[in-house]
Design a protein around this ligand. Sequence first.
Ligand SMILES: *Cc1c(COP(=O)(O)O)cnc(C)c1O
Length: 352
Amino acid sequence: MSVPVCDKLRALAAYDPDINTCGIHLDANESFLELPDGLKRRIADRIASLSYNRYPDPLASGVCSAFAKRVGVSASLVTAGNGSDELISILFNCFLSRGDCALITRPDFTMYSIYCSLSEAQPAVLGKRGDLTFDPDEMINLAKESGAKLVIFSNPCNPTGLGISAEEVLRICRGVDALVIVDEAYMDFWDQSVLKYVSELDNLIVLKTCSKIGFAAARLGFAVANPSLTGYLRAAKSPYNVNSLTQIAGEELLSDPDYLDGAVKQITASRDALYSALSALEKKYQKIEVFATHTNFVAVRSKYAAKLHKSLRDGGVSVRLLGGELLRITAGSAEENVQVLSLLERSLAEIV
Ligand SMILES: *Cc1c(COP(=O)(O)O)cnc(C)c1O
């Protein structure tokens, strides 16, 4: 028997996480730091006394409070998700009806267009300019022309590493008649968050994740919005979306500002070192274009991107290749950065 498969599913090109068999993983924007032993032990101790026979707290109160305290908002504005990815899926599927228009930019996080097509919404795409930036006023105009009901973008952006200022984000929120979702997955590495404005704006949802600061395995993300939007989101999500182990572990992680602040500092320092070294290669060989970054990775554009990607892979280092011309290289440990840079230099020197 063949199962009838609807068009939207058949049209879907599955997310390609670029599962890597290389030794060094600089392709998924993870943190290169392991959680410290003390923190791991505190998590393990609390998990040891967990009642496995009970469902998790549907509002994930403990971990939402710890997150709210860390970022300085009220816990009543916070909804936890099984990664921010789950929250993106809920937002597309529950805040849009079939045929509604959603504004996305390109390039941006690939999951937006996948969830857009699964929700049977119509995408209006704002293409980034040659320098990979976009004009906030052009976004406002396109949102108006297309009648978009939802606008979503990452700030700073994955995969470009670039961002727009908090002031520009607020201008977009005030200039459109749409729900504006600002995905701040990388805002730990920059200072232009609009988190503190969620209460004054009726159309802003800010997404956050713990995945880039050492917690990708646990799957934990947050949406922050005014009470009305938070009410809809909580009603729409599945009741037990964040499991008890993740809630407990996340509460411990987010209650450890010393670790988190130190990790952000180390990751930012690695990112800066990687950026400087790549910029030196740009100058020396003139075959790559290195973009400024506010994230934990560096974007590099080159017509040799596919070749560079392959020679890195052959050398045991995986980075992300996007759209044929863009390499996204996650900041790694000092040794990992040395490895990727020396392979890259060797490969650049070979291109004539
Ligand atoms: C990594 C990433 C996410 C996904 O975060 P999870 O919490 O791991 O689901 C969301 N948005 C952007 C832009 C990302 O790069």
